[in-house]
Design a protein around this ligand. Sequence first.
Ligand code: ATP
Length: 336
Amino acid sequence: MSEPQGRGGDTPLLEVRNLTVHHGQLRALDQISLQVFAGEVYAIIGANGAGKSTLLRTIAGLHHPTEGSIRFDGKDINKLRPERRATGGIVMVPEGRRLFGSLTVEENLQVGATYARKGPWTIERVYEIFDWMAQRRSQRTAQLSGGEQQSVAIGRALVANPRVLLLDELSLGLAPVIVQRIYAMLPQILATGLTVLLVEQDVSQALRVASHIQCLLEGRTTLEGRPSDVTPEQVEAAYFGLGPQAGPGTTEGSGTTAAHGTTEGSGTTEGPGTTEGPGKGTTAEYGTPGSPPAGGPGGYGGAGSPPVSGVGLGGVAPSGEEQLLWSGSTTSSRGS
Ligand code: ATP
């Protein structure tokens, strides 16, 4: 989707090195590294509890790493408080939206604009890309559907004029059609010069939009590379910890896929979508409580059921478009 400015040569806009984060005794992230370049969409995938949100929240400054560094625009930001990171251009759309439900759409957007950087995004601009929003600007966000709330949450982040937009589980609890509509906004967002680091359980969605992916399992990297360079089998093994998957190479930036071997608990990871219902307490547009996340790998069965036809394909045969994706003809690859 995006054409990043470089991988391997240029300085990354955001760089995480050997990041380890604990929640009490739990090592939620173990030596995670990644490089996100200006203009790209980088996706973190992984099952429930893999550490995806912890990674985003640590980058946003909401958790303190035990080890490792985070550099933004070449500067170490480890000691920077969350609000300074936000005003510096690292803005997050949190999992579960976290809107102020008793405030109106416009008031929520005004909150996002309070300490905004200068830039192309204004409330009016948000109304242009989400065409339903202007007419409903006076409605309380608690009265909106899950998809509409997600759009307001994205709008609230955009009006801060981020340089890097952190998107945590946009698809959670939303119907696939709504998820696709929301992701369809990405090109317009990227066109304004933004860079996106997103977290997704919906693997096919992540592979569709990202130029680079990394899979986490129990806090560790199990796969990394361009979507066009990874096979469904590699993604599936990395996602579920199904055993050693030797990748063709391990060098970041070389254009090869780095599979990071086996993980503890190999083969024991629960299938996603089995521990939580959609929405995590937010408005769910999809299914009943306890249903798997829309379109995500949980779509192919219950706890521990093996994927049938490729991760994230919902247990049905992949469409022609998806086969193209798997065969590496996706337009989202970069730097080849
Ligand atoms: P999910 O999709 O379920 O949110 P995730 O990949 O985003 O999963 P995290 O939310 O980062 O995973 O959680 C990683 C691990 O850390 C899990 O075992 C989770 O229970 C634990 N965890 C996350 N936040 C906290 C916290 N604030 N205190 C204690 N443990 C936490």
